[in-house]
Design a protein around this ligand. Structure first.
Ligand code: FAD
Length: 413
C-alpha cells in the first residue's frame, strides 16, 4: 500500500491536480480583502464570486488554509438552538450543507447521524422539553425522548452512567450530522479559486489602514494592499485584528480541546452530547471516536492541549461506555475559541466603514460555515446586513439586547 501510494505520487502520468493556484505576489489592490483562510473566510470568498460576481478578492491566511479552528473542530452540525434568530440561521445552514458535496464535486463525508443531548437531571429534562418545543414551533425536527430511545440508538451505553448520573431522557434532533472539516475548507478554497479569487497563504495582516473612519488598505508581511472592504474572519485572533481598527468587542478567548481514539469498527451511529458529564462524541468515517469537552476555564490564547483534559474526558467517557477502557487515545489538540457573553456570534457591519466582522463563533461555528459565507458575502457586496444576521450585530452589546444562546451552544457545540 505504502509503495503504491509512493509510486502514484511520483508518477508523471497521474499528476494530482492542485486544489488552487498559488499566486506569487499580492496585487496592489483588491475590491475585497478577507483576513483568515478558515471555512468562514473561504466560504465568504466563494459566495462573493459565485453569487455576487465579485472576483477581485484576496483571502489572506497567516498559516495554511483550514489550519485554524476549521481544521481543529469536531464537526458537529445541527440547528436545535434556543432563540428564533439562532434556529432560523442554523436551519438555513443545515439546508445548505445537504447540497455542498454536489456543489463542489467533492466528497465532504457529510453523514446524517442524529444528535442526542442527554439529560441526567429533572431540570435538564425540563430544558430539553423547552428546546424541543421552541424547535418544533420554528419547524426544526427535535423531540424529547426517553432513555429507551437512547439505548436503542446506542445499545453499548450504560444508561446509569456508572450509577451516578442516570440518563433520564434526551433531546433528539434527527438532522444532526458530521462532515470532514478539512475537505470543507478545500472545497470552498477550490471553488473560490476557480472563480478568480486569490488565496495567499503565509500572508499575515499586521495592520489596517483606516482614514476618516473608513478602511483604505491593509499592511501584510508581504506588502501593502489598497482596498475599501475588509472582512475579518479570524476566530480566536479576533481581538488582535479588531484592535488594528480601534474597535472594542466583548470577545474573550478560551482554549477548547478535543481528542480522537484509535480507529475501531463502526459501533456508534448517533452523535451523543452530555452537558452534565461535559462530553460529546461521534465516530468518524475512519472509525476514530471524536471526543470533546467544555471550554478550558481560563482565558488564554494558546493551542496547547493538557493531560488534565484527557484524564477528565476519558473518565466521563468510561461512565457512559465502560468497554472502552483499553482503547487508546491517538491525538489531542486545542483551538482558540472566540467567546461572546451571550454565546451568539457577532456578524455584520461595524462602526468602521468597510470593516465587516464574522466572529464570536467560539465553540460552534463549523456548522455555520455555509450560512456565514452566504450572509457575509451578501453583507459585504451590498454594504447592508443580511436579514438573517440582524440578531447578531455588534451593536446589541450597547443596547443590552442579547441573543442568549448559552443553554444551547456551550458543550453541545
Ligand atoms: C476543539 C474544537 C471543537 C469544535 N467543535 C465544533 C463542532 O463540533 N461544531 C461546530 O459547529 N463548531 C465547532 N467548533 C468551532 C469551530 O471550529 C469554529 O467556530 C469555526 O471553525 C470558525 O471558523 P473560522 O473560519 O471563523 O476560523 P478559523 O478556521 O480559525 O480560521 C481563521 C484563520 O484566520 C487566520 N488568521 C488569524 N489572524 C490572521 C492575520 N492577522 N492575518 C491572516 N490570517 C490570520 C488563522 O490562521 C486561521 O486560519 C470547535 C472548535 C474547537 C477549537
Amino acid at each position: 500500500m505504502a509503495y503504491q501510494l509512493l509510486r502514484f505520487a511520483l508518477s508523471r502520468e497521474h499528476p494530482e491536480p492542485r486544489m488552487f493556484r498559488r499566486p506569487d505576489r499580492l496585487k496592489s489592490s483588491y475590491d475585497v480583502v478577507i483576513i483568515g483562510g478558515g471555512g468562514h473566510g473561504l466560504s465568504s470568498a466563494y459566495y462573493l464570486a459565485r453569487d455576487h460576481g465579485i472576483r477581485n478578492v484576496a483571502v489572506l491566511e497567516r498559516g495554511y488554509i483550514g489550519g485554524g479552528n476549521t481544521g481543529r473542530n469536531t464537526t458537529i452540525i445541527r440547528s436545535n438552538y434556543l432563540t428564533p434568530e439562532g434556529v432560523a440561521f442554523y436551519d438555513e445552514s443545515v439546508r445548505l450543507w445537504q447540497d455542498l458535496s454536489a456543489d463542489f464535486d467533492l466528497n465532504l463525508f457529510y453523514a446524517n447521524r442524529g444528535h442526542f443531548t442527554l439529560a441526567h437531571t429533572d431540570s435538564a429534562v425540563r430544558t430539553m422539553r423547552w428546546r424541543a418545543e421552541v424547535n418544533k414551533h420554528l419547524g426544526v425536527d427535535s423531540e424529547l425522548v426517553g432513555p429507551d430511545a437512547v439505548k436503542a440508538a446506542s445499545p453499548q451505553i450504560d444508561i446509569t452512567c456508572g450509577g451516578h448520573a442516570p440518563i433520564l431522557g434526551a433531546l433528539y434532533h434527527a438532522p444532526g450530522s458530521i462532515a470532514r472539516h478539512d475537505a470543507v475548507a478545500w472545497g470552498y478554497g477550490r471553488g473560490a479559486d476557480r472563480r478568480g479569487v486569490e488565496i495567499h497563504q503565509k500572508t499575515e495582516v499586521t495592520a489596517i489602514d483606516v482614514q476618516g473612519g473608513k478602511v483604505r488598505g491593509v499592511h501584510t508581511n508581504q506588502g501593502y494592499i489598497a482596498t475599501n472592504k475588509v472582512l475579518c474572519a479570524v476566530a480566536g485572533f479576533t481581538p488582535r485584528v479588531t484592535h488594528m481598527v480601534g474597535l472594542t468587542t466583548p470577545i474573550y478567548v478560551h482554549p477548547l480541546q478535543a481528542m480522537v481514539s484509535e480507529p475501531m469498527k463502526p459501533w456508534l451511529d448517533p452523535i451523543l452530547v452530555s452537558g452534565s458529564l461535559h462530553i460529546y462524541v461521534s465516530q468518524s468515517a475512519r472509525g476514530e471516536l471524536v471526543m470533546g469537552a467544555s471550554l478550558d476555564p481560563y482565558e488564554v490564547q494558546s493551542t496547547r492541549s493538557t493531560l488534565d483534559f484527557v484524564e477528565g474526558l476519558s473518565a466521563h467517557m468510561l461512565d457512559m461506555f465502560p468497554f472502552l477502557s483499553n482503547v487508546r487515545v491517538n491525538r489531542q489538540w486545542a483551538g482558540m475559541a472566540d467567546m461572546t457573553p451571550d454565546f451568539a456570534p457577532i456578524l455584520g457591519k461595524t462602526p468602521v466603514e468597510g470593516f465587516y466582522l464574522d466572529a464570536g463563533w467560539g465553540t460552534c461555528g463549523f456548522k455555520a460555515t455555509p450560512v456565514c459565507g452566504k450572509t457575509m458575502s451578501y453583507t459585504v457586496a451590498n454594504d447592508r446586513n443580511h436579514p438573517l444576521i440582524e440578531g447578531f450585530n455588534l451593536s446589541r452589546f450597547e443596547t443590552y439586547q442579547l441573543t442568549g444562546e448559552k443553554g444551547a451552544a456551550s458543550v453541545g457545540h
